[in-house]
Design a protein around this ligand. Sequence first.
Ligand SMILES: [Zn+2]
Length: 311
Amino acid sequence: MIITVQVDLDGLWVLKKALGTEGDPAEDTLYEIALRRALQFFAKFGITATFFVIGRDLEIGWKRSLLKDVLIKGHEIASHGFSHSYLTHCASRHKTEEIWRSSEIIKRELGVSAQGFRAPGYAVDEETLEVIHEAGFVYDSSVLPTRWLWALSLLQRMRSNEKSAGYTGGNWGNAPNRPYFHMLKQGSLPLLEIPVTVSPIGRLPIHFSYLEKYLSPGIFEFFIKKIATREDFLNFVFHLIDFVDRTEDDRVNRLLCLSRDWKKKCALIENVLTTITKRGRTVATRDAAETIRACNTPCLREETHDVITSR
Ligand SMILES: [Zn+2]
C-alpha cells in the first residue's frame, strides 16, 4: 500500500480567524511546539511527511527557520494557500491571488517549488482546481470525499457552543476514496487528486482530529485493514492542533472540543502511527504522485470519467 502522511500547518492565528478574531502570525506558541513534536514523532516512526504551509507564515523569520529545518529533515513542503481564506467563498481574482502568491513565497523563502496544494477547509470547486493547475501544482489534496460534513458541523456546534464552528468543504461525497485525475479544460496533463482518505465503510472522516473524538483505536485499525485491501492507498492527515493538548485561548479550545490531556493524546498518536506504519512505508506525497503518474493505469482514467459524468 502507498501511504502518505500530511500535516496542515494551521497556527493559532488561523484558529482564531475561524472564530472571527484577528490573530498575529508572529505570536503563535502552538506553531513551534506542535511542529517540533510532529517532527519528533515522524523521526521515531521513520515517516517522511508532507507539510502544507500557509504563505503568510513565511513572512515570519522564526517560522521560516522552522520550515527550513522541515526541509533539511527530508520532508516535503506543499501549499495551504496564502492567508487561509476559504477559496470557494472568494471572488475569482482573490482566489487566483491566494494560490499564486502561496506558490511564489514558498519558492522565494524556502527555495523549493511546491508540487501540492490543499485548499483551506477542503473547499475546492472546479474553478479553484483550474487555478491550482495553472499555477503549476502537480497534485491537489483538497478533496475530502465524505457526505457527512453537515452532520459533523452540527455536532461540533452543539458540543462547543460556538456558532462559528463549521465546515466548508465542497460537494465531493461521491468522489473516489483513492487518487484519481480531474479532467480540466486547460492544460495538457490532468490534475492529480490525492484525496484525504475517509473510512471505506460509511465514508466517515478518519483523520486525527476526528478519530480522537469519535473513533476507537480498534475501529481505526479495522478501517486501515479494509483500506489496505480495497484502496491500496492511504492519505492520513494531521493538523498542528493534534500535537498539543490545548492552546492558551479558551474559545479555540472550546471550538475544537479539546479535552484529552497530552499524555493520553501522545499515546493515541503513537498507536495511530504504529497502525499506519505496520501497513508499509510512508512517502512524501510528491513521490506518491510521481508513482501514480508513472503507472497511468486504465482504472484511474476510467474513474476520472465516472467522476466527470457524475458531477
Ligand atoms: Zn487549514
